[in-house]
Design a protein around this ligand. Structure first.
Ligand code: GLN
Length: 480
């Protein structure tokens, strides 16, 4: 089946004219029609635009023009990434009718590379959550077992790729939202170094942590998508001006001599035994390939969750202040004055989890509590960064589980927010330190649900983790 193939396989077929882009897009839309009633990964399907774009790509191919490796490849974009003239909701009632007048830089770059957007992916409201159950619109199912959540907050993006509804997808990762759903759905997901990929047009959750990245069927596709979306953007002042390395060139299949850190804090009893076994098996596979495993320690992990939830909520409370019903989005009807308009718009427009974060964030930023919470979290942030810097003096990358557990059943954690937050323990430190990290499949648990291994790299060493991930995949580990 065409829709089961990777982008690099499809690209070969397109370039040799064995298939046409229009044919591929139609096959993809048929697949969506079949899988979507069960999986519900997409909030909007852009069928007409996709077919039109595919026909344009076919014309380019017919003229023998040089095309990008993503030309003609159907993909989905998370619904917090702005797409011109296509509804972008953040899975919130607050933005149920919002149609951006411009494209996010990442969307612009994918379109310029002739990738074909087939739809916008479901997510936790404003990217807050770990299961996609916080979407205002629908519950996305895990395609590996539909009684289980797909992870979150990019659950729609990961489920779309796992269910073959898209060849690849973009997600956003503030504290694990690309890596954890990729791990739960058995696909590859990468959060690049902070600043490598432009955030222009990404609807902000926590600006100092947010980063956009690829969710793909294999590591080669991940490297390809990253090459297309990364690099300096004058529209994002936090985007880095450093040159983009040759990510595809990093995929040698070799990892001999690579030093891989195994931090003991990530293998405690809090991690499911099945997860620990599969991730340590991946470590052993590296050793067998000639890499060197180095025991290391990241003691500040104890403070990572608190630091993350304080900083991210503080930033969210400020970023979400703009939704007031005045300029765009949802507006409460029949208000008698401005104050009632603000109050009712925000009360009715935001879901429970978003309100919880706004309240927590406003609290930790308020005078009297700022020093005790927000400032302390910033200090801990520095200590977490130093922890990583010390370990990276001696290793090339760090190997950990992506999540302490596999995908849970619907409703299992949604009654207790702290239980939900605890599930983020393995991913949040990476965002706090601005480092690149990738999750790839490394086995399944007793129930057959996917397990993900996380590879963390030094700052701007996105190429190193891609190299390590590719070597593991070539070794027969990490396939879907
Ligand atoms: N689960 C985390 C949260 O709820 C991470 C979300 C994200 O990365 N966007 O904040």
């Amino acid at each position: 089946m065409l829709y089961t193939l990777t982008a690099h396989d499809l690209s070969e077929k397109l370039k040799s004219r064995e298939i046409s882009a229009a044919e591929l897009t139609k096959a993809q839309l048929d697949r969506i029609a079949k899988a979507e009633p069960e999986v519900e990964s997409l909030l909007t399907v852009t069928a007409e635009e996709a077919i039109k774009k595919a026909e344009e790509v076919d014309k380019k191919l017919a003229r023998g023009e040089a095309v990008s490796p993503l030309a003609g490849i159907p993909m989905a974009i998370k619904d917090n990434i702005s797409t011109k003239d296509v509804r972008t909701t953040c899975a919130s009632k607050m933005l149920y009718n919002y149609v951006p007048p411009y494209n996010a830089t990442v969307a612009e770059r994918l379109f310029a590379a002739d990738a074909i957007m087939i739809g916008k992916a479901n997510m936790d409201e404003f990217a807050m959550g770990s299961s996609t159950e916080n979407s205002y619109f629908k519950k996305t199912k895990n395609p590996r077992n539909t009684a289980h959540v797909p992870g979150g907050s990019s659950g729609g993006s990961a489920a779309a790729v796992a269910a073959d509804e898209a060849v690849f997808a973009l997600g956003s990762d503030t504290g694990g939202s690309i890596r954890q759903p990729a791990s739960f759905c058995g696909v590859v997901g990468m959060k690049p170094t902070y600043g490598l990929v432009s955030r222009y047009g990404l609807i902000a959750f926590a600006s100092s942590l947010d980063q956009i990245g690829p969710i793909t069927k294999d590591v080669r596709d991940c490297a390809t998508v990253l090459s297309v979306i990364s690099g300096k953007d004058a529209k994002d002042s936090t985007s880095l001006s450093s040159d983009v390395p040759d990510y595809l060139g990093a995929l040698t299949g070799e990892c001999k001599g690579m030093r891989i850190g195994i931090p003991k804090e990530y293998f405690s009893d809090a991690v499911d035994p099945d997860v620990r076994r599969a991730v340590l098996d991946a470590a052993k596979a590296y050793e067998a390939m000639g890499a060197c495993l180095v025991e290391c320690t990241l003691p500040m992990l104890d403070y990572a969750l608190e630091t993350y939830y304080l900083i991210s909520s503080a930033e969210a409370s400020s970023n979400l202040a703009r939704y007031d019903g005045v300029r765009y989005g949802f507006r409460a009807e029949g208000c008698k004055d401005l104050e009632e308009l603000f109050l009712r718009t925000r009360s009715e427009g935001f879901g429970q989890e978003v309100k919880r974060r706004i309240m927590l964030g406003t609290f930790v930023l308020s005078s009297g509590y700022y020093d005790a919470y927000y400032k302390k979290a910033q200090k801990t942030r520095t200590l977490i960064c130093r922890d990583f810097a010390r370990v990276f003096e001696n290793v090339d990358c760090i190997l950990t589980p992506t999540s302490p557990c596999t995908a849970w059943k619907f409703g299992e954690k949604s009654a207790d927010p702290v239980q939900m937050y605890l599930a983020d323990i393995c991913t949040v430190s990476v965002n706090i330190a601005g480092l690149p990290a990738l999750s790839m499949p490394c086995g399944t648990d007793a129930a057959g649900l996917p397990i993900g291994v996380q590879l963390i790299g030094g700052r701007l060493r996105d190429d190193v983790i891609l190299r390590a991930a590719y070597a593991l995949e070539q070794n027969g580990k990490g396939g879907r």
